[in-house]
Structures are given as structure tokens and as C-alpha cells.
Design a protein around this ligand. Structure first.
Ligand code: NAP
Length: 291
């Protein structure tokens, strides 16, 4: 049986620990960390994500400020709200739930959030710092993947890592993080030749494709570590990953489940990023909040 990488359990531990650090710092500064969450329109999936993020904030003592804007909000109105939040000292992190309706310029919106409040890590300043291996706000899903690999003591140095997917949200930033850990990294995508052969060479395979059960045993080297980022719904409406879990688990040495793997870690890292943003904005040293 492979090691089951239990993201849900790890995320819960991280959130409990963070709650204690938040409590400690509130006693020192008298201030509560704050996260503003903006949702445009009422897409049901986005509403669930936003609600879960807000609940997670409240559970660990981070104040959440919710902004629900109508589907037809103008670019100017949205940018004005972000500008106000950029200047609000009670707001340490700003998140604008994506995707946005087609009439809005997603790039302009993400770049209008101050880099120090960009808890999603999508601003070009944070992306640039990440690619230079410098400290910055790292996108939450990639940060969660790294935290899981480290918590399970999975060796990264010198390991061959293949990432399927080259999005700015997952594929590219997770590649940067793995490179920083001295893995040898290959990013694959829809035009990659012999994808099964390439994936089969990986010691660590990260699937961020968005296609249910795409990764089957022919993609996986026996003994490889498999990280499944995908969130897809099958015909029965059940959430499934990009990896065909049952068949791949029979040959992998470690694997993340869906649900209960990468997803909960993403939220835990959002809370951690908000806390890090708060520490920086309030000039608090990390040691002051050590437990
Ligand atoms: N667990 C979480 O917290 C979390 C967070 C974010 C995303 N997700 C999930 O992760 C998945 C990926 O998300 P994303 O935002 O990165 O998606 P995305 O922007 O749609 O990117 C998908 C990537 O997969 C590649 N791809 C698609 N079909 C392929 C194929 N047949 N062979 C090889 N590569 C293929 C695409 O290649 P091209 O670039 O060539 O088109 C693209 O680079 C989705 O299921 C999403 O819901 C989960």
C-alpha cells in the first residue's frame, strides 16, 4: 500500500497552529489579521469556495471582509474597491475569486492588488520574486503541495519531477518551488510529445490538468510519488482528481487523495499567506509568534 498523503489532516494541524499564533500576536499588537474576499457574480462553485475561505478565516481568528459584487460590475468599480482595500490598514490580504466574468480584465485586476496584500501570489512582483528564488507571497496551491511533500519527508533534491500543466496558478509556480528544492523539473502540457513516456520517467509526478482520471498506471513509474491537483466532477457529480486513484495507488509509493489532498492545503496556505502579509505590514518578526 502506498503512503496516503493526508492533506486534510495536515491542513487541520496547520490551521490549529496558526490559530494559536494569531491569538498570540493579537495579544501583542491588539490587532487582528484581516482578509478581504471579493466575489463577482454568483457562480455556485465560486460561492462555495468563497464561503469555505471565509469560514476557515474565522476559525483561526482572521477577520474576513466579504464583498459580493453584481455580475455586471464595471472594471472601474471593481478597481476602485481594490484601491480602497489596498489603503485599508485592517485589510492585510486581498483575494478576488477567479474566474471573473468575460467583460472584466482579470490580469489588470490581479495586478491592481498591492504585492504585499496579494495573498494569492498572482501579482507580477511576487511571480518575479518566486522565479528568482526570493521570499514572497507564493500561490497557495503550489505552496500547499510543497508543505505536504516536506511534512511527509519526501526527498526532493536531485529527484526528477514532471509537472503536467503549465498554468500561472499551479504548474509554473510549483515548478519554481521544486527547482528551488533542487529537483530536476520538466513541465509538460497539451502539446508535449510522448506524455506517458515522459511522466513514466518521474520520481515525483504532479498532475494539474483538469481532466478526470487522466493519469493511469502507464504514466507512472512504480514507486513514484503522485500529487493530484485536479478537481473535476464525474458523471455522477462526484469530485474526482486528474489521477485514476485506485489503479495508480497500486504502483505509487505515495499519493494524494481527491478530495482530502491538495484542496484543503490550498486554503491552509491562504490563511498562512494572510498571516505572513499581516506580520510584514505590522513589522512583526516571525520569532515573536513562535509557539
Ligand atoms: N486543489 C486545488 O486547490 C486546486 C487549485 C487550483 C486548480 N485546481 C485544479 O487543478 C486542475 C488544473 O488547474 P489549472 O488552473 O492549472 O488549469 P488550466 O489553467 O486549465 O491548465 C491546465 C493545464 O493542463 C494542460 N493539459 C490539458 N489537457 C492536457 C492533455 N491532454 N495533455 C497534457 N496536458 C494537458 C494544459 O495544457 P496547455 O497549456 O497546452 O493548454 C494546461 O497547461 C483543475 O482541475 C483545477 O480545478 C485545484
Amino acid at each position: 500500500m502506498p503512503t496516503l498523503i493526508k492533506g486534510k489532516e495536515l491542513a487541520q494541524e496547520m490551521r490549529e497552529k496558526l490559530g494559536k499564533r494569531v491569538e498570540k500576536i493579537k495579544n501583542i499588537t491588539g490587532r487582528q489579521p484581516g482578509l478581504a474576499v471579493i466575489q463577482v457574480g454568483s457562480d455556485p462553485a465560486s460561492s462555495i469556495y468563497v464561503r469555505n475561505k471565509q469560514k476557515a478565516c474565522q476559525a483561526c481568528g482572521i477577520k474576513s471582509f466579504g464583498y459580493e459584487l453584481p455580475e455586471d460590475v464595471s472594471q472601474t468599480q471593481l478597481m476602485e474597491l481594490i484601491d480602497t482595500l489596498n489603503q485599508d490598514e485592517h485589510v492585510n490580504g486581498i483575494l478576488c475569486q477567479l474566474p471573473l466574468p468575460d467583460h472584466l480584465d482579470e490580469f489588470a485586476v490581479t495586478q491592481s492588488i498591492l504585492p504585499d496584500k496579494d495573498v494569492d501570489g498572482f501579482h507580477a512582483v511576487n511571480t518575479g520574486l518566486l522565479s528568482m528564488g526570493r521570499s514572497c507571497l507564493v500561490p497557495c496551491t503550489p505552496a500547499g503541495i510543497l508543505a505536504m511533500l516536506k511534512a511527509y519527508d519526501i526527498p526532493l533534491k536531485g529527484q526528477r519531477c514532471v509537472i503536467v500543466g503549465r498554468s500561472n496558478i499551479v504548474g509554473k509556480p510549483v515548478a519554481q518551488l521544486m527547482l528551488k528544492e533542487h529537483a530536476t523539473v520538466t513541465i509538460a502540457h497539451s502539446r508535449t510529445r510522448d506524455l506517458p513516456g515522459l511522466c513514466h520517467s518521474a520520481d515525483i509526478l504532479i498532475a494539474a490538468i483538469g481532466k478526470a482520471h487522466f493519469v493511469t498506471p502507464e504514466y507512472v513509474k512504480p514507486g513514484a510519488v503522485v500529487i493530484d491537483v485536479g478537481i473535476n466532477r464525474n458523471e455522477a457529480g462526484k469530485v474526482v482528481g486528474d489521477v485514476d486513484f485506485t489503479s495508480v495507488a497500486s504502483i505509487a509509493s505515495a499519493i494524494t487523495p481527491v478530495p482530502g489532498g491538495v484542496g484543503p492545503m490550498t486554503i491552509a496556505m491562504l490563511l498562512e499567506n494572510t498571516f505572513q502579509a499581516y506580520l510584514k505590514q505590522n513589522r512583526v518578526n516571525e520569532e515573536q509568534v513562535d509557539l
